[in-house]
Design a protein. Sequence first.
Length: 163
Amino acid sequence: IQTNRLTVAGATTLSGPLTSSSSLDITGASTFSGPVSIGSLSVGNLTLNGTLKLSQHVQTGGSSPSRSTGSAVGSGGTSSVSGSDTAGTVNINVGSSPGTGCFVTVYFAKSYSSTPHVSVTPVGSYAGSLEYYINRSASSFSICTDSPAAAGHSFSFDYIIID
């Protein structure tokens, strides 16, 4: 059968492969009882009612968050952030006369609907020796300290955010 448009009003069973050389639009609920192979899938929202198993790496995307450098970096200290709202790295360069407080505040490009779970991991032995804590909200997180870092040191923290 060759047709420009086919509308089926009732239940339909296809026993062989279905190949579409253009798009396939499905409106309404659909059930697939066997394996489905897809080269690329773009989804607006995805709800899973079972276990998610990944056999490859997880890559996140999205806009980069912004940041503000806090007083704990001291005079002339700097900070930078690379990554996304989901995962990334914060780099801190301590200037002279560092104090207590926050090294950096990272502002999400898109705020979460509630305060997310924020996991921060020090990179390297110097960052690992720092006494640090985090503050978090739906729009940002901060990496802070009650014990000043040594002047002139540079260190990093990796972060992962899960809502």
